[in-house]
Ligand binder design. Structure first.
Ligand SMILES: NC(=O)c1ccc[n+]([C@@H]2O[C@H](COP(=O)([O-])OP(=O)(O)OC[C@H]3O[C@@H](n4cnc5c(N)ncnc54)[C@H](OP(=O)(O)O)[C@@H]3O)[C@@H](O)[C@H]2O)c1
Length: 387
């Protein structure tokens, strides 16, 4: 990794030059543009280097570990497409990865970014299914905060040209998570009731909108300042900071709710379980309690899965308890992921869902975007506009 300041092909002023985020695929002699002429009489020819910008996470820590950097633009491998990223989502999950609380991640430095929408600008020799110029979406898990990235052709999903990239990217992580939890796991039916924790966040807002489409009766916990956002989607807000949600659900419903979506985790799961109807479903999909703790976060993470396991052992009570992970679900059912994202993109194109983009920021503002999420300062989704 060189630490020089230079100006690249895309007129980018950058602070460092790094290796490409996934694998180095440069070949032959390269040189930094601006340092040397492109050809020198009587000497060997020098190759022009195309560079692109991405945000690297130098090591685990707070938002200050994010740095804008440049790398040599890779060519796609035979089975890959290269995507010019238009919009990249910023999600709370990126913060968990940044802080080293998310299992199975590579060792830093690498690029964060769970989902992208962009235009295919080059394809590998074996790719016949995705044309150059196609607008696509992908769940990248890492690598999204970037102007370009190479992905397996089987991992990209076509996006209708009529939809805005920032709106489409909000669907990939947040709405697929919400859709699969509602319809693949809880299998909700019109007229049923649900409780959404963190209802004003990215996944929460997606759950609110999709629940409304299915004609569910919805309760959502959030800070009081975000209650209008929740009412806007026909749901009843609960101020979890000043009210006991178990008591409020008991007051508002006769027998409890059919499903609870819990992103807090840990002992909070026991309270969510209490508001379920006898045949209801509790889905844990996050561990904010561990992530927000000042100390002992790894232990709290373990505690989350211990609480989950204890609840799952109560099989005699006929209530269902599940942990949802979008990556595990995609691995088990890649066809469901493609099908569900396509369904959501169609709903977006028809104007039946309306992703709430709290803020659009530039790639260079990735750290600022994550800080906004950490302060719970947004209702809806944050998107980086990359090109
Ligand atoms: N398992 C999966 O596949 C999957 C997929 C996507 C996301 N996730 C997880 O889902 C969680 C949410 O992600 P996101 O991107 O939607 O985050 P987000 O936009 O930051 O929203 C999180 C929301 O939770 C609220 N909150 C925090 N503590 C709470 C508590 N104790 N009770 C109720 N609400 C609380 C916050 O707002 P207020 O406190 O101000 O109301 C905030 O609106 C994260 O933990 C993320 O890792 C998991």
């Amino acid at each position: 990794m060189a630490a020089d300041v230079y100006r690249g092909e895309h007129n980018l002023t950058v602070s460092r030059v790094t290796q490409p985020p996934f694998r180095p695929r440069s070949a032959g002699t390269t040189t930094r543009i601006g340092e040397m002429p492109l050809s020198l009489p009587g000497r060997r020819q020098l190759r022009v280097v195309m560079t692109y910008q991405h945000v690297i996470m130098t090591h685990h820590g707070d938002a200050s570990v994010l740095e804008i950097a440049a790398a040599e633009l890779p060519a796609p491998m035979p089975h890959e497409v290269r995507v010019r990223v238009l919009a990249a989502g910023v999600a709370y999950t990126d913060i968990l990865i940044r802080e080293g609380l998310y299992p199975g991640m590579p060792k830093p430095p690498f690029t964060l970014g769970y989902d992208v929408v962009g235009i295919v600008d080059a394809v590998g020799a074996q790719v016949s299914t995705v044309p150059v110029g196609q607008l696509v979406a992908a769940l990248t898990v890492t690598g999204g905060y970037s102007e370009y990235l190479c992905l397996s052709a089987s991992d990209v999903v076509p996006v209708p040209d009529t939809v805005e990239a920032a709106a489409a990217v909000a669907l990939v992580l947040h709405y697929v998570t919400a859709y699969q939890m509602l319809h693949r796991v809880a299998q909700v039916k019109p007229g049923q009731s649900i409780l959404i924790h963190g209802a004003a966040g990215g996944v929460g807002t997606a759950l609110l909108q999709l629940a409304r489409l299915t004609e569910l009766e919805v309760y959502g916990t959030a800070a009081a300042a975000k209650h209008d956002h929740i009412r806007q989607w026909g749901a009843i807000p609960i101020d979890y900071r000043h009210e006991d949600f178990v008591q409020r659900i008991a007051d508002l419903t006769a027998a409890g709710v059919d499903a609870v979506f819990d992103l807090v985790g840990g002992p909070h799961l026991f309270r969510s379980y209490r508001v379920l109807k006898p045949h209801g479903t509790l889905i844990n999909f996050g561990f904010m309690a561990a992530a927000q703790a000042n100390r002992g976060r790894q232990l709290r993470l373990l505690q989350n899965f211990l609480c989950l396991g204890l609840l799952q052992l109560r099989w005699l009570q006929s209530k269902r308890v599940a942990f949802y992970s979008i990556t595990a679900m995609k691995q088990r059912h890649p066809d469901w992921f493609r099908q569900d994202l396509t369904t959501l993109l169609e709903l977006l194109a028809k104007g039946q869902i309306h992703p709430v983009i709290a803020q659009r920021l530039s790639l260079a503002e990735a750290a600022q975007a994550q800080t906004l999420l950490e302060r719970s300062a947004v209702s809806g989704a944050l998107v980086l506009l990359c090109n």
